[in-house]
Design a protein around this ligand. Structure first.
Ligand SMILES: [Fe+2]
Ligand SMILES: [Fe+2]
Length: 343
C-alpha cells in the first residue's frame, strides 16, 4: 500500500467479515453449505441457511428487487468454494451448447475472481483461481471456439474481473497454439492471466475507468505500481509458481528479453485493453493489432503476433450477438471485438 497518498478506495463495507457473491452464481434448488445474507439498510440479514436450498421463485424475487449481490460470512468461504467448484463441473457437463458452456464458465470464473480479489491473502483464493484456470484451459483446449463466448465487454465494478477473464481467454488460446508450451505451463499462464491485475484489487473502480490524462499525480503513481503490489499480494499468499509470479510482476515491462509466457499475457492484456475499454471503444481489432505491432517491434518472438492474429482469425465470430457489448457506454458504440480475417 502506498503511504502518504490519498487514493479513493472501493466502498466495501465490512469486506473482511462478509464476502459479496453475485446472486447469479447460486443455482436454483441447490444447497450452498454457506449461510446467505442480504445487505439491507446497512445491515446483513440472514436470507437462507446454508442447509436450505434456494428455490427458483426466491431467486426470481431477488431479481425483481434488483438485489444483485448476496453475502456470506468470510468463515463460510471453504463451503462456498466447494459449492462453486461442484456447480461448475455439473453445469459444464450439462451445457447444451458451446455458448451455454461459455456463459457458465465466464460467470463462474468472474465470481471466483471477485472472491479471490477480495481476500487474496488466504490459500483458498489461490486455489479458486487455480481451479478457474484449469477449467478455462480445459474448455479452450477442447474447442477454441468457446473464446468468443468467454470474452465480454467490461464495464462498471465488474470491469477488472471481466478484463482478467478476457485476458486469460486470449492468452490460453494463443499459448495452446505454441508447441513449446506444456500443459502445466498452460495452467500457469491461465492463473497468471487471471491474476495479472490483482494489484488493482483495492483501487476504486472509478479510478480504473478514468482516462489516464484525467488522473492526478498520486493516482497515477498508485496505479503504475500495481504489478509490484500484485507480486507482494501473491507472495504473501504463498504463491510459488515462478511463471505466475513473472507474469504478474512483468506484465507491463518493456524489457527485450521477456520470457514467452510473459509475452503471451502482455499481448492478450494489451489487446483487451485496446479493444475493450470505455473511451477507447473506437479502437477496433485492426487498429489494436497495428498499435501492438508498433509497440512490440523487436521485443517479442517474431512469430507471436502472427500466431495471435491467426488465432483471432480462426474464431467463428459471425454471431453478432456475441460481439455486441453488454452495456455500450457510448452512443452508437461499435462492438468491442471484431475478428480480423487475416490469413
Ligand atoms: Fe496491469
Ligand atoms: Fe490488465
Amino acid at each position: 500500500m502506498l503511504r502518504g497518498v490519498s487514493v479513493p478506495m472501493a466502498d466495501r463495507p465490512m469486506a473482511r467479515a462478509y464476502i459479496a457473491i453475485p446472486r447469479d452464481v447460486i443455482a436454483a434448488d441447490t444447497v450452498t453449505g454457506a449461510d446467505l445474507y442480504i445487505y439491507v439498510g446497512g445491515r446483513y440479514l440472514l436470507y437462507r441457511s446454508g442447509r436450505e436450498a434456494v428455490d427458483s421463485r426466491s431467486l426470481a424475487k431477488l431479481r425483481r428487487r434488483s438485489i444483485q449481490m448476496l453475502y456470506i460470512k468470510a468463515t463460510d468461504r471453504p463451503a462456498l468454494d466447494a459449492y462453486l467448484a461442484r456447480m461448475l463441473e455439473l453445469r459444464l457437463a450439462d451445457a447444451a451448447s458451446l455458448e451455454d458452456a461459455g456463459a457458465i464458465l465466464r460467470d463462474t470464473v468472474r465470481a471466483s475472481l471477485r472472491l479471490a480479489f477480495q481476500t487474496f491473502d488466504d490459500g483458498h483464493a489461490i486455489q479458486r483461481v487455480r481451479e478457474a484456470s484449469e477449467a478455462t484451459v480445459r474448455q479452450i483446449v477442447e474447442d477454441t471456439q468457446i473464446v468468443p463466448h468467454l470474452v465480454r465487454f467490461a464495464v462498471g465494478d465488474e470491469r477488472l474481473y471481466v478484463h482478467s477473464m478476457n485476458t486469460a481467454a486470449y492468452a490460453i488460446a494463443l499459448a495452446a497454439r505454441r508447441e513449446e508450451i506444456t500443459t502445466g505451463e498452460l495452467r500457469s499462464i491461465g492463473i497468471g492471466a487471471l491474476a495479472h491485475d490483482i494489484g488493482l484489487a483495492t483501487a476504486d473502480v472509478r479510478l480504473l475507468s478514468r482516462d489516464e490524462s484525467a488522473l492526478t499525480e498520486s493516482e497515477h503513481a498508485y496505479l503504475v505500481k500495481h504489478p509490484e503490489r500484485g507480486l507482494g499480494v501473491l507472495e504473501e499468499a504463498e504463491m510459488d509458481d515462478p511463471l505466475v509470479l513473472e507474469i504478474v510482476a512483468d506484465h507491463h515491462s518493456n524489457a527485450i528479453d521477456l520470457p514467452l509466457h510473459v509475452q503471451i499475457v502482455q499481448l492478450a492484456d494489451s489487446f483487451d485493453t485496446l479493444t475493450n475499454r470505455p473511451g477507447r471503444i473506437d479502437s477496433g481489432a485492426y487498429r489494436a493489432l497495428y498499435t501492438l505491432r508498433e509497440s512490440i517491434e523487436g521485443r517479442y518472438e517474431h512469430d507471436l503476433l502472427r500466431d495471435f492474429v491467426l488465432m483471432l482469425g480462426s474464431l467463428e465470430l459471425e454471431d453478432e450477438a456475441t460481439l455486441t457489448p453488454l452495456h455500450p457506454p457510448l452512443e452508437g458504440a461499435k462492438p468491442a471485438f471484431r475478428a480480423p480475417h487475416v490469413a
